[in-house]
Design a protein around this ligand. Sequence first.
Ligand SMILES: [Zn+2]
Length: 452
Amino acid sequence: MNRIIHAKVSILALVAMVFGMPVQAEEKAPSVMHFTNVNVFDGKQEKLLMGQDVLVEGNLIKKIGKNLEAGPDATVIDGGGRTLMPGLIEGHNHLGLAVDSFSWFNTRDVFYIAAAGAAEAEKLLMSGWTTVRDIGGPAMGFHHAVEDGRIRGPRIYASGPVIGQTSGHGDFRELNDPHPNMIDYTHPFYEYLSFIADGPAEVQRAVREALRRGAVQIKVMAGGGVSSSIDPLYTVQYSPAEMRAAVEAAADYGTYIAVHAYNDTSIIRSAEAGVKVIEHGTLMTQAAVDAMIEHDVWLMPSCQVLNLSEEAVGFLSEESLGKFTQARDGLELQMRLIQENPDLVVGFGTDLFGSAGNFAQIPLELTCLEQYFTPFEVLRRATSINGQFLALTGQRNPYQEGPLGVIEVGAYADILLVEGNPLEGTSILVDYEENIDLIMKDGVIYKNTLSD
Ligand SMILES: [Zn+2]
């Protein structure tokens, strides 16, 4: 195919020469990048493939093997024995919520908050996180701005507004704020953050409206959460009929429902209704795990966020702070349940959003999890398994040319070159400034300290 394109180019060039035309119609051959002398972690196997070459053509991985031939036009990058691995995937974040405090939704200009989110997107990419699953809040704009090349950032799988019931975890109103469906009033920010919907018909409309705005997966609030003040963690949100309505509306658009859920009842009810992913699950017991395995429901837990200091969560209301402490107490049991149930599919997501300081802790999720799991288990979740979570978006998947989170022929060229072997300890990825020498996303290099 390469040869055909080259042939086409030269015929066009010849025609242009003869007729004195500008050579604008030239079809450009995709650029070829040739990584030599690298040890490959492919995202799936607990070993490095030593002494490999990797060929990238355009935005995809073309070949992997020893001593590959790349042709004279290829750009050669000598890996010098570094580890070549997939770009990291953050499975649970909220780029649209770059706020020091929830009061900012009332006190800051919405464009200030957007600018802060764009800055966090760039920082994520430049620390080795090449994809983000954004699981609630205004993130479609970031996705489009990245794809249009206006800002630098990771690939973004946006959910858009979360969907929750009146008095649920998506209901962020202060006590005396009017209900958006009862009084003609819309908060300038909340409309992007959450839709309040009650009853199957309203839930369906909310899901469809989020899809209309470009959501690739849908986030629904199925039980109590920390950041809203009103709903205790024991609460179960949405009836089975409401949850099924959400699942059906998403399925009709070729995608799935992920739910925020902490307690067993919320998790089991969601699993039975056809939900695909449980976010958090922090207060789950074995009964919830059994339901998840039975219904092939996957789990996206978070570790580091529950280790945030009192100071870091100081902006929370008194009610929310109490709930934060309660959630933190569930972490040890949750990690033990994950260890004891290898059939449960578990992703990697931090839920670290808010202040710049919170976003900066995202890489620490790696070492937080390493207290309970091997570096390989942690890295596999942050690469190939998270890639499978992204693929749940089916026909809504914005990146369909190949898989993400793996180093294999045909996969997207989202690639890191790392000093050292992360399978011996992920802390080298926390110190990304020092150890991640090259960052490539979609075949484009964003950081390269090897060339100077
Ligand atoms: Zn979250």
